[in-house]
Design a protein around this ligand. Structure first.
Ligand code: ARG
Length: 461
């Protein structure tokens, strides 16, 4: 079969080489964008008088017919036509004959493919932002219901200080808010049109790049044609923002997995998000959380893959750039689904508030309370820390906790300790009293939740 670019060639192409060079198996995902790009381009060619009115109308009609077939699933893509651009152009030829050949006036596949990807990512990033927002809503709603739910706060995965469960959830809310901001901010670099940069150097035709950019809804155009066709920073940013977000989701999943283990039993995931074992009848495994944790690996890999593809490329277009797509599609699919699963898991999980709170009662996570109590009565904090450390050691030897030490014993250590110590040592009091700005005190958490609810209802992104 003759290639659309076959004029200069004498030798026959070979199927296995064609297959290696082709991108149609994956870039067909850009079919919609490719047709939109061509519609804008041909309109511009008509507007500037580069094509006659008749030619413009013929090509437009043909493209709309191809578009219709695409939505109806009637297009058969072929490897012989290499990529989405040549496939669509071939379909156009089939619709309208030779005039289809005029569509490619003043443009190249290099600016065409870049345009397609800008259009594609603009949609995906907007969808991502919406899904992050939905997940943030789920987090804050769950937090709202659990402001006074007590859980152990950890450092080094050891009980550190009791905290509000809502406070823990709101930490993830903060991460996801930053993720959303990163995606929002990146839009201004995605929302730029490379169309009309042509192969690398622009064109001799009197094209109107601003016109076609406007047609496609872009806010700006690339100022340098070489940059326009070879820039993939906007994809890197997407992959990088996605990686950071997946890292957040993965950390959260790690906690969910721990929390639903027999040792913790803090939560129970619903059946929808769990699977069984083919041999152990009792198993209910948190597969979806594990998969999100696992899939973060491929998202990071896609970022490093593209960085590596780009790092040695001379300007402008090189076929290496065709390798920018699969990782982008894979990441887009992975993050969108992961966000949806996260929202579903959190919204529906059962939270065992009693078990969470109880696990803060048989531990030493109130040791700081005792030290703070003494420091509050004038003892230097370092000295208080030393005394409490010794008491903890003594308790561990006797198999008791700080709240089990009788008052006389406390008073033998220091008369500063009085009967109110037992209330100070209670987890609930400990949490309630941590009211410093951004702390876990109920008042602070309630403020944070209200603030989040307000910011979610104010913004419409
Ligand atoms: N399929 C190609 C890609 O994705 C389109 C651009 C081809 N340009 C070229 N000069 N061979 O990068």
């Amino acid at each position: 079969m003759t290639k659309l670019w076959g004029g200069r060639f004498e030798g026959q192409s070979e199927n296995w080489i064609d297959e290696f060079g082709a991108s149609i198996s994956f870039d067909q995902a850009l079919a919609k964008q490719d047709i939109l790009g061509s519609l804008a381009h041909v309109k511009m060619l008509g507007h500037t008088g580069i094509l006659t009115e008749q030619e413009t109308t013929d090509i437009q009609t043909g493209l709309l017919a191809v578009q219709k077939k695409l939505t109806e699933g009637d297009l058969q893509f072929s490897i012989e036509n290499e990529d989405i651009h040549l496939n669509i152009e071939t379909f156009l030829h089939e619709e309208i004959g030779a005039v289809a050949g005029k569509l490619h006036t003043g443009r190249s596949r290099n600016d065409q493919v870049a345009t397609d990807m800008h259009l594609y990512l603009k949609d995906i990033v907007q969808e991502t932002i919406k899904k992050i927002r939905t997940f943030r809503k789920v987090l804050v709603k769950t937090a709202e219901a659990h402001i006074e739910t007590i859980m152990p706060g950890y450092t080094h995965l050891q009980h550190a200080q009791p905290i509000s469960f809502a406070h823990h959830l709101m930490a993830y809310y903060g991460m996801l808010k930053r993720d959303q901001e990163r995606f929002e901010e990146s839009l201004k670099r995605i929302d730029i049109s490379p169309l009309g940069c042509a192969a690398l150097a622009g064109t001799t035709f009197p094209i109107d790049r601003e016109y076609s950019a406007k047609e496609l809804g872009f806010s700006a155009i690339y100022e340098n044609s070489l940059d326009g066709v070879s820039d993939r920073d906007f994809i890197l940013e997407f992959l990088s923002n996605s990686s950071i977000m997946m890292m957040h989701l993965s950390r959260f999943c790690e906690e969910l997995i721990l929390w639903c283990s027999h040792e913790f039993q803090f939560i129970e995931l619903t059946d929808t998000f769990s699977t069984g074992s083919s041999i152990m009848p009792q198993k209910k495994n948190p597969d979806m959380a594990e998969l999100i944790r696992g899939k973060s690996g491929r998202v990071f890999g896609n970022l490093f893959g593209l960085l590596t593809v780009l790092k040695g490329l001379p300007l402008a277009y090189n076929k290496d750039l065709q390798e920018d797509k699969e990782g982008m599609f894979d990441t887009a699919h992975t993050i969108l689904t992961s966000l949806e699963i996260m929202a579903g898991m959190i919204q529906n999980m059962k939270i065992n508030t009693d078990i969470m709170e109880k696990s803060t009662e048989k531990d030493f996570s109130n040791a700081t309370e005792l030290a703070d109590y003494l420091a509050g009565k004038g003892m230097p904090f370092r000295q208080a820390h030393e005394i409490v450390g010794k008491l903890v050691l003594q308790c561990t030897k006797q198999g008791i906790y700080l709240q089990d030490i009788p008052l006389e014993e406390y008073q033998n250590v220091t008369p500063l300790i009085e009967a109110d110590i037992y209330d100070a040592l209670a987890s609930r009091t400990a949490v309630k009293r941590r009211n410093s700005l951004g702390g876990t005190g109920f008042e602070q958490v309630r403020k944070a939740v209200n603030h989040a609810l307000k910011e979610l209802s104010d913004s419409n992104t």
